[in-house]
Each structure stands twice: as C-alpha cells, then as structure tokens.
Design a protein around this ligand. Structure first.
Ligand code: NAD
Ligand code: TDX
Length: 335
C-alpha cells in the first residue's frame, strides 16, 4: 500500500479514471496529479475529487526536471500515464512524442533514482508491432519489440529506458503493456468515442480502410485494477501484459455502436486508411492472472459499450468543446 501517489498525465483518459478509482477504493490514499494540460488533458475529468480532501493538482510538464524532482521527493510512488498517446497525431507531427514519451520518462526516472521511490510505467501493446489476422498467436513477454509508428516507437524507447534504469541503477520499477482501452472520459479523437459523438452530432462514423484491423478491447477500469494490483503486489523489475481477450475488428465495432444507438448498421463512411496501420493486436495476460489473480470485471463488450455510449450522451458538455477542432483535423487528412 502506498499512501502518497503521484499520477502523471492524470487529466487524460486512463489517468483520470485511475485517480477516481484509487480514491474510491483506497481510503488512505492521497493522489497528486501532475499534468501539462495539453489538448488531451481535461480538468473536467477530475471533477469531484477535491471533495475527498485527498487530492491535489499541479499543472506541469514531465520534462521539467526541477518540478519532477520536488514532486517525486514528496511522493511514495509514481504511476506514470503522461504521454502523447494518439498514433494519427504522431504521424502528422512526431516531435512532442519524442519530448514527452522519451525525455519526460527519462526525467521521471532520474528523479525516482535520486529519491529511491517506487515507479510504475504505463505502456502499450503496440511496442510489439502487429500480428497477422489469421495468426493464432498473441503477444507474450517473449515477443520481440517491433513498433510501427512514431507513437509506438517512442513508447518502446520509454520501456527500454525503464528496464535499463532497473538493471543499472536498481530502481524499484514495474512496466505494464496494455491493449486498447474504452470507457468514459476518452478523448474524442480516439476510435470509439469519435464514432459515438459523430452519431450524437448527426455525422456519419468514419472507418479507416476496409475496417478489418483487429484491436483487443479492455474496459479502462479493468486496466486500472490491473495497474493497482501491479503497483501494490507486483514483482520489482517485472513487466506485465494487460488484456481481457477482447479481440474485435473495427467494422464489427462501428456496426455495434450504430445498432446500439438505433441507426442502420451500414450508416458509416470508409475514409483514408492510416499509413503503416497495424493489422492486429492480441494480448496473452496469463502472468497477470496467474501471479496476481487479476480478472476483468467487464467481460461483456456490448454492455461496456452501452455504458460508454450513455456516458457520452449524458456528458455532452465534456466533449462538445472538442468536437469541431477534432473533426477539422481529421478532414484535413481525408479521415
Ligand atoms: P491521453 O492522451 O488521454 O492523456 C494523456 C495525458 O498526459 C493528458 O492529460 C495530457 O495533458 C498529459 N500530458 C501530455 N504530455 C505531457 C507532459 N509533457 N507533461 C505532463 N503531462 C502531459 O492518454 P491515455 O489514453 O489516457 O493514455 C495514458 C497512457 O496509457 C499513455 O502512456 C498511453 O501510452 C498508455 N496506453 C493507452 C492505451 C489506450 O487505449 N488509450 C492503451 C495502452 C496504453
Ligand atoms: O476514426 C477512426 N476510424 C478508424 O477506423 C479512428 C480514430 C480510428 N480507426 C481505427 C484505427 C485503429 O485500427 O480504429 C482502431 C483504433 O484506433 P485508435 O482509437 O486511434 O487506437 P490505436 O491506434 O489502436 O491506439 C490505441 O490503443 C493503444 C491508443 O490510442 C494508444 O494510446 C494505445 O497505446
């Protein structure tokens, strides 16, 4: 159990859900969120946490070494979510991905090394590249790193930095590589919330290419319960893969969203494909299940999707200010 937890990137999708979950489920925990509030950060995602009396927010950049040094010094553990997270943005402009994902992670590692604190690094299954559609294999801890995009290569580099700091300096760190998350408070540039808010806004969903690409979907709360289990009970130096056996192709997902929202299943547009688009991701999470006893609570994707649709329907004030700019950016690349 760690009392004072520093959450980097806590105004983003997964980090904000982590802050809500930890403060609800760990009555002794105090969370400090540090976040730069880029286009992806949203203070509205942290509403309600001040009332706990166990939450504070610092606006700051993880590449700011002096700030990270003082925040890490005051904490018992760091859970590092902050990143530039969107593949399409990394293709248009890789520079912030190098700064935040690589230099930012390095900056935190140096502070953790100086102060001897527990560190958990949040990463992605995309570091492994992709699998063929007809391949029965899933990603395991033995799969070689083979990232495809500027985003996934910057995350792969950050994983290597963490492992090197464990081996060379003996820091107390763990890594998790998770598959695609869905749920409330996800930026509407991402696939599922983009399509839900398109339909709510009277626009047609947009499918890249033929839509045969497969993603291994997991609810954000299942991801965060796994992160908490690793933080509290994981073995120092180890990497854990997180996934909930949720493989679906994009065409299936867009059709499921349309049907759940009372539209014809084919009321979507095919748009330009993503350059270098990974075909399939699939996670073997057996270490997490066997060593830590983790199990997903959301085993029914259709039910989790319904709840996510309801959240966007009920929280238009959260996403409405983002919609025009997000769609204008996609329109410029024919997506
Ligand atoms: P997000 O884009 O929603 O949130 C990222 C947050 O980091 C934002 O609040 C942003 O303001 C903040 N940030 C960005 N640059 C910063 C900087 N230099 N200093 C401080 N804060 C900064 O991302 P997300 O989807 O919540 O992803 C969180 C983490 O989980 C990332 O590390 C990502 O690689 C990883 N991940 C995401 C998924 C997914 O499906 N979304 C899956 C696996 C792993
Ligand atoms: O409008 C769209 N239409 C579409 O067909 C969008 C935005 C996406 N797609 C496709 C591309 C992917 O095959 O849907 C799939 C999911 O796309 P994203 O939501 O952009 O996610 P992905 O690129 O798979 O990466 C996500 O999961 C792994 C997160 O954004 C990463 O941060 C995480 O590491």
């Amino acid at each position: 159990m760690y009392v004072k937890i520093l959450v980097t990137g806590g105004a983003g999708f997964i980090g904000s859900n982590f802050a809500h979950l930890v403060l609800a489920e760990r009555p002794d925990a105090h969370i400090t969120v540090v976040d730069k509030l880029t286009y992806a950060g949203n203070l509205a995602s942290l509403e309600g946490l001040e009332a706990t009396g166990r939450y504070s927010f610092v606006r700051g950049d993880i590449t700011d070494a002096a700030l990270m040094d003082s925040l890490v010094a005051e904490s018992d553990a760091v859970v590092h979510f902050a990143a530039e997270s969107h593949n399409d943005n990394s293709i248009a402009d890789p520079a912030p991905f190098i700064s935040t994902n690589l230099v930012g992670t390095f900056t935190l590692l140096e502070a953790v090394r100086r102060h001897g604190k527990r560190f958990h690094h949040i990463s992605t299954d995309e570091v492994y590249g992709d699998l063929e559609l007809d391949d029965p294999a899933k990603f395991t801890l033995n799969t070689p790193y083979n990232p495809s995009s500027p985003y996934s290569s910057s995350k792969a580099g950050s994983d290597h930095l963490v492992r090197a700091w464990v081996r060379t300096y003996g820091i107390n760190a763990t890594i998790s590589n998770c598959s695609n998350n869905y749920g409330p408070r996800q930026h509407i540039e991402k696939f599922i919330p983009r399509q839900i808010t398109n339909i709510l806004d009277g626009r047609r969903p947009k499918l890249y290419g033929a839509g045969a690409n497969v993603r291994d979907w997991i609810h954000v709360d299942d991801h965060n319960h796994a992160v908490l289990a690793i933080l509290e009970r994981g073995t120092a130096g180890r990497t854990y893969l997180i996934g909930a056996d949720g493989e679906l192709d994009n065409k299936h997902v867009v059709e499921a969203i349309l049907v759940a929202m009372g539209q014809p299943a084919d009321a979507y547009d095919h748009v330009n494909d993503r350059p270098g688009h990974d075909m399939r991701y699939a996670i073997d999470a057996s270490l997490l299940r066997d060593e830590l006893g983790w199990r997903p609570l959301y085993s029914d994707f259709a039910a989790g999707l319904e709840a996510t649709i309801a959240w966007y329907r009920d929280n238009e004030s959260w996403w409405r200010p983002l919609k025009e700019a997000t769609e204008a950016k996609y329109a410029a690349s024919g997506q």
